[in-house]
Design a protein around this ligand. Structure first.
Ligand code: SF4
Length: 371
């Protein structure tokens, strides 16, 4: 059974009684448990939980240190192309936007890779919009092969493909795939994805399944926070991550928490997410899924990112550019405006000053076959 089929079985109205809870004592009882179930997790997302957020945060911090140590892994994105045939109304690369479109040549990709390697990164995330004709499978495969010369860990954030196509990318050297559902709320999904292949909700929802079946070692999921009600999104993210972890237990599920930045496209955020809301969701997820790595991008402000280091985040990007060629020529449109512009070396200092160990390399190809 794929996640799409499982998703059809959920009745969200059954979750409401837990999510609408106002009683903090029920939440405190959840915190005393050795291991919590999905309905306990819903209590942690409730208003009652807001009243005891410091206690929830304290447990989330304790569990993060217990499972991961005081460690932050760093990675950096490379945007290969801002061509896109989709019309996601919240995105700067939206097909209908009149922006300068760029797809990096082989030579330009090499320069970007070298620029990041020289700064000290060993994990890279390669991104594209959805334009199979201009930046299709062969183009991405070539980029992975080139990246493998410089980086130990290659992650991809690209459009949904078939299992066979993903297999080719894994064979080329890709280790991880990130695919955000954007919103798990079907009606909202239909409203914000106006044109293109991305209109297919089901195809996107089953992408993490196909990615694991194709052999990706790590698969990252999440929603674009702000498109729909946070409690709903958080509930389904929890279910989706738990489902993937149980089914593909040899691999690793990771979670990211992108919030819409209103400056991106002038998009009016329908369900604004405050810092406090986001912290509550992160802590609840940490207690529900203690072994799951949490990623945080430079979309968030420096002060907020610094606080989350000590709470439950385990991986961060740094010094990011969100336009193709951003590390070497920087003349194309960004996908979103970076809020934390600090360099990798500045971030390493921040992490060290908090008593945490920054990690640039946490993976070795030779591990394959023995774990
Ligand atoms: S979110 Fe992705 S698919 Fe949608 S317009 Fe932007 S780049 Fe294209």
């Amino acid at each position: 059974m794929s996640f799409y089929e499982k998703f059809g079985e959920y009745d969200y109205s059954n979750f409401k009684k837990y999510l609408d809870n106002e009683d903090k004592d029920l939440v405190l009882n959840v915190l005393k448990k050795e291991k919590i179930n999905f309905f306990d997790y819903l209590y942690l997302l409730s208003n009652g939980a807001k009243k005891v957020l410091p206690q929830i945060a304290s447990l989330a911090r304790e569990l993060t240190i217990k499972r991961f140590g005081k460690v932050i892994n760093f990675y950096a994105p490379i945007y290969l192309s801002n061509e896109c045939s989709n019309s996601c109304i919240y995105c700067g690369f939206n097909h209908s936007k009149e922006i300068k479109r760029t797809t990096l040549t082989k030579d330009e990709i090499e320069k970007e890779l070298i620029a990041l390697k020289e700064v000290g990164f060993d994990s890279v995330l390669l991104l594209t919009g959805e334009s199979p004709k201009i930046a299709g499978l062969d183009y991405i495969k070539e980029a992975v092969i080139m990246a493998k010369k410089y980086f130990t860990y290659i992650g991809l954030e690209i459009y949904p493909m078939s299992e066979e196509e993903y297999r080719e990318l894994v064979k080329a050297g890709a280790n991880g795939l990130t695919i955000y559902q954007e919103t798990y709320h079907k009606e909202t999904y239909d409203k914000v994805h106006l044109k293109g292949r991305k209109k297919n909700f089901e195809w996107r929802l089953d992408t993490p399944d196909r990615a694991f079946l194709a052999g990706f070692r790590k698969v990252g999921i999440g929603a674009l926070l702000g498109l729909y009600d946070l409690k709903y999104e958080a509930s389904i993210i929890g279910l989706h991550a738990e489902y993937l972890q149980k089914k593909y237990w040899r691999g690793e599920v990771t979670l990211s928490f992108p919030r819409i930045n209103p400056k991106e496209t002038g998009f009016d955020i329908p369900y604004s997410v405050t810092d406090k809301d986001l912290v509550q969701m992160l802590c609840a997820l940490r207690i529900f899924l203690p072994d799951t790595p949490f990623l945080l991008s430079t979309r968030e402000k420096p002060e907020f990112r610094d606080k989350l280091i000590e709470l439950c985040i385990t991986q961060m990007s740094a010094g990011s550019k969100t336009n193709p060629g951003g590390y070497t020529k920087d003349d194309a449109k960004e996908q979103f405006e970076v809020s934390d512009k600090r360099s990798l070396s500045e971030m390493l200092e921040v992490v060290k000053n908090k008593g945490y160990d920054p990690v640039l390399k946490d993976w070795e190809e030779n591990f394959l076959g023995i774990i």
